[in-house]
Each structure stands twice: as structure tokens, then as C-alpha cells.
Design a binder for this molecule. Structure first.
Ligand code: CP
Length: 357
């Protein structure tokens, strides 16, 4: 892999992504061949936000590769609770570990961490922004369960605004040939404009529909998502959105016989328990594919990892990102860095939020 850090799957070429998928399948076929591949290596898992699958699958992946673990899953038990900055935590942990997986509630945190880490950083989810290793999980699942990553009609349903797994998956699947998207959400929870722009610029057809029943007959894949209660400003706003889209056995009668249901999990009430027994439900096997995907990713990232000890100082912009959920809103020393979008518009390099000059 050419990239040192994995912040966004966009930094991988399609060939590199396919190499990870193929390596995940090779590990799945013969796991004992890889049991000592990371002997002597240490993975740090820094989880500032709760997780079951991502945290445990990263840990299991490293243990199954013969490596060891350090880290925290509750920052209150670390010196973060004493006010230690992200920069200082990462600088220190980057000196202990060979590779770091970080999850944080603020958007752009993994990118910020990569500025200060001697060890490769993996984005394990940054607020409502991105979740690239969930997307690796999803593409390994699709490749094995559909036999292709091309020419699919992919429905995404639920919280498309805050669902970082949705954003990462659309970005990645837009690079494959002939994929189309059916976006099923309320108007309040539709996908952000920058994700629509990505679909438009890659020529991917997409349509927004308000009804799951209307969408189901068209789909090769249905990607269900939870309404992300923790991202709402008030409990009242969450209450208005929850329970709008529920997949049950009755609705599954409208779906194709070969449609596959994926879900990043956890689920709340958007898939009825009865659907678990439908052969088209792939969301539990998806979690197993995720462990092999992360084993492959760790191996690829450690293959050529360089350890440059100290970061260089980066020039800061006078403008501040106006996204209140951006990591720069809390860690004020971070250099403000933007890419120009034309006119008076800038895009924050951490959270991808747009700001006027
Ligand atoms: N899919 C996912 O990220 O699950 P966790 O939040 O449990 O890690």
C-alpha cells in the first residue's frame, strides 16, 4: 500500500482495494498460514466512542495474526480525562505501538491524529463523517455474497445524513462500474451534498425515495442503517425520525430472491428479528468478513510502514471550519487546512465540511 495512514478509502487505488479483498479471502481459506504474521507487532486501539464490532474485530484480527494489543475503550480511564490533547496522546502512543486504530466522536479526528503519529493511523470511525474499515467489511461481504462489485442497484436506508458507513460506502462503490444508488430516507436525514456531488462527478445514477416498499423491488443490495440517536441535537428530533423505516418479513416479499441485506450494526428496531432467518440476511456473516478484512488491512499497512519520528509544522489558514462537529472546534492548536472548491468556498481537510471565506 502506498498510503501510510488509512483515513479514507479514497487514498487506495481500486487495485489496492482488490488486493486487500483478495488477501482477506486467502486468510479466510487458510488462517493458520497467517497465525504468526504479526508476531512482535503491537496494535493500539484508542476508542473515544463506544464500539463492539470495530474494536473487538480489530483486537481479534491482531491476536489471530500473532500480534499484541494496547489501548483504551474508555478515555476517562486514560489521561484524556486530565485534559491531555489528541496531539500529545497520539505522539506518545505512536512511540509505543506499530499501528493505531482510532475512533472518535468528532469528525476529522483520524486525519488530525495522522499529523502527529510515527505509527500508521487507521480511521475506525470519526463522528458522522467516515468509517472506511466498515466499508472494507462491506465490500468483502458484497464480493463474496454477490460475486461482484459492479453493476449493482444499491439501496441505502435510514440515517443517510449521520451514517458514516453510508458515506464511506457510496464513495467507494462509486468507483466501480455501473453501480446505481437508491437513497431511502426522510428529507431531514438525506445524504450530505458533498456525497451527492461525488455520485454526480463519477456519473453514478442515484434517486431519492421516501418509501422502502417502493424501493425494494429494484434492489440487488439493501444497506439498512440505524437512526443515530447520539448525533441528534435533541431527544425530540430523534423521536420524530425513529421507526420510520422498518424491514420485516412482509416487506421482504417485495424484494428479489437474490437481494442481500447488509447492515453495519448495531441495529435498534429497523430490521425485525424475524428477518434474521431469511437467507438473504447477511448482516451477521458481514461481521465475520469484517474481522478478515481487518486482518488483511493490518498486514498490508505493516508491510511498508515507515516510522518518521517527528511531524513537520504545517501552515495554518486564517479561516476556521464552521462545522461544530469538526475536531478543529475542540483541539484549537490544529492547523486549519482547506482545499479550495472555487469561488469563495473552502473544504476542510479534516471533516470535509464547507466554509465560506
Ligand atoms: N459497525 C460498527 O462500527 O459497529 P460498532 O459501533 O459496534 O463498532
Amino acid at each position: 500500500m502506498k498510503t501510510k495512514h488509512l483515513i479514507d478509502l479514497e487514498s487506495l487505488s481500486t487495485e489496492e482495494l482488490m488486493e486487500i479483498i483478495e488477501l482477506a479471502n486467502m486468510i479466510m481459506d487458510k488462517p493458520c498460514d497467517y497465525a504468526d504474521s504479526c508476531r512482535g507487532k503491537i496494535l493500539a486501539t484508542l476508542f473515544y466512542e463506544p464500539s463492539t464490532r470495530t474494536q473487538m474485530s480489530f483486537k481479534t484480527a491482531m491476536l489471530r495474526l500473532g500480534g499484541s494489543l494496547i489501548g483504551f475503550d474508555n478515555p476517562q480511564n486514560s489521561s484524556v480525562s486530565k485534559g491531555e490533547s489528541l496531539k500529545d496522546t497520539i505522539t506518545v502512543v505512536g512511540g509505543y505501538a506499530d499501528i493505531i486504530a482510532i475512533r472518535h466522536q468528532l469528525e476529522g479526528t483520524a486525519r488530525a491524529a495522522s499529523l502527529y503519529s510515527a505509527a500508521p493511523i487507521i480511521n475506525a470511525g470519526d463522528g458522522g463523517h467516515l468509517h472506511p474499515t466498515q466499508t472494507l467489511t462491506d465490500v468483502v461481504t458484497l464480493y463474496n455474497e454477490k460475486g461482484t462489485l459492479d453493476n449493482m442497484c444499491i439501496g441505502l436506508c435510514g440515517d443517510l445524513k449521520n451514517g458514516r458507513t453510508v458515506h464511506s460506502l457510496i464513495k467507494t462503490m462509486s468507483h466501480f462500474k455501473g453501480n446505481r444508488f437508491v437513497l431511502i430516507s426522510t428529507p431531514e436525514l438525506s445524504v450530505p451534498q458533498y456525497i451527492k456531488d461525488i455520485m454526480n462527478s463519477s456519473g453514478c445514477r442515484h434517486v431519492e425515495v421516501p418509501s422502502l416498499a417502493e424501493a425494494l423491488p429494484m434492489l440487488d443490495v439493501l444497506y439498512m442503517t440505524r437512526i443515530q440517536r447520539e448525533r441528534f441535537k435533541s431527544p425530540e428530533e430523534y423521536e420524530k425520525q425513529k421507526g420510520v423505516f422498518v424491514l420485516d418479513s412482509e416487506k421482504m416479499k417485495l424484494a428479489r430472491k437474490d437481494m442481500k441485506i447488509l447492515h453495519p450494526l448495531p441495529r435498534v428496531d429497523e430490521i425485525a428479528e424475524e428477518v434474521d432467518y431469511d437467507d438473504r440476511a447477511k448482516y451477521f456473516i458481514q461481521t465475520v468478513y469484517g474481522m478478515y478484512a481487518r486482518m488483511a488491512l493490518i498486514l498490508k499497512m505493516l508491510e511498508n510502514a515507515d516510522r518518521k519520528p517527528m511531524p513537520r509544522r504545517i501552515d495554518t489558514h486564517a479561516v476556521r471550519c464552521c462545522n461544530p462537529n469538526c475536531i478543529t472546534s475542540v483541539e484549537s492548536y490544529l492547523p486549519k487546512i482547506f482545499r479550495p472548491l472555487g469561488g469563495d468556498m473552502l473544504q476542510c481537510k479534516y471533516c470535509e465540511g464547507r466554509t465560506l471565506i
